[in-house]
Design a protein. Structure first.
Length: 182
C-alpha cells in the first residue's frame, strides 16, 4: 500500500478484496498491532471486518496471525453464525484453533457479537447455514487437492459464497471447476 509516496506493508485476510487498477484509489481500514518486538498493520475492506478482527484479538489465546487466519478462512456471516450457535467444530477448522480456544471465542464474543454486529449483518446479507459453509470449505479443499493453486481457489471463494441455491459439496466442486477452467 502506498500513501503520500511512502509504502507500507499491510497484512490482509483476503487480498482479492483489494484487487483494483493500479491507479484506482481504494479505502482500507487499518488496525495497528503493537507488540514488544513488532509493529504490524492489518487492512480490511469494511469496518465490520476490522471490528470483528479486533474482537478476536481480545480473546485469550488469539493473536493477530490467528485472528487473520480466521478472517481469511471464512466470511463474516459464517463466523458470526458459528459464534451465535456455539458451533465449536466450525471454529476448530481454522489453523491454530483447538477446542478450548474455540470455546473461549464463543464465551468471549457471543454477547458482544449479538449486541453490536448481529442485527446489521443480518439485515445487510443473507447468512449461509453452517452446513453450506462446511460444504464450500470442503469443496475448496478438494479443488486444492486436485492440483489447483491455492491463490486461484481463494479467488473463487467469494463467488461460491454468493450462490443462493442449496448445493451439495459435489455441486460446489463442479461450479468451482467451471470457474477455475474459464
Amino acid at each position: 500500500m502506498e500513501t503520500n509516496q511512502i509504502g507500507y506493508l499491510v497484512y490482509v485476510a483476503n487480498p482479492y478484496h483489494f484487487e483494483t487498477d493500479r491507479d484506482e484509489v481504494k479505502t482500507v481500514y487499518i488496525h495497528q498491532n503493537v507488540s514488544d518486538t513488532d509493529i504490524s498493520l492489518y487492512g480490511f475492506a469494511t469496518l465490520e471486518d476490522k471490528y470483528l478482527f479486533e474482537q478476536l484479538l481480545n480473546v485469550s489465546g488469539i493473536g493477530a496471525k490467528s485472528a487473520l487466519a480466521i478472517m481469511a478462512g471464512n466470511d463474516n456471516s459464517g463466523l458470526i453464525n458459528a459464534i451465535r450457535t456455539e458451533n465449536v467444530s466450525f471454529l476448530t477448522k481454522f489453523p491454530g484453533i483447538g477446542k478450548k480456544t474455540a470455546q473461549q471465542i464463543i464465551l468471549d464474543l457471543k454477547d458482544k457479537i449479538n449486541k453490536t454486529m448481529g442485527n446489521s449483518l443480518l439485515e445487510s446479507k443473507e447468512i449461509k447455514t453452517e452446513t453450506d459453509n462446511d460444504k464450500i470449505i470442503d469443496a475448496l479443499s478438494a479443488l486444492k487437492a486436485l492440483g489447483f493453486k491455492e491463490k486461484a481457489v481463494d479467488k473463487i471463494k467469494p463467488k461460491l459464497l454468493e450462490i443462493t441455491s442449496d448445493y451439495s459439496t459435489d455441486q460446489y466442486i463442479s461450479v468451482g471447476l467451471k470457474m477455475l477452467t474459464k
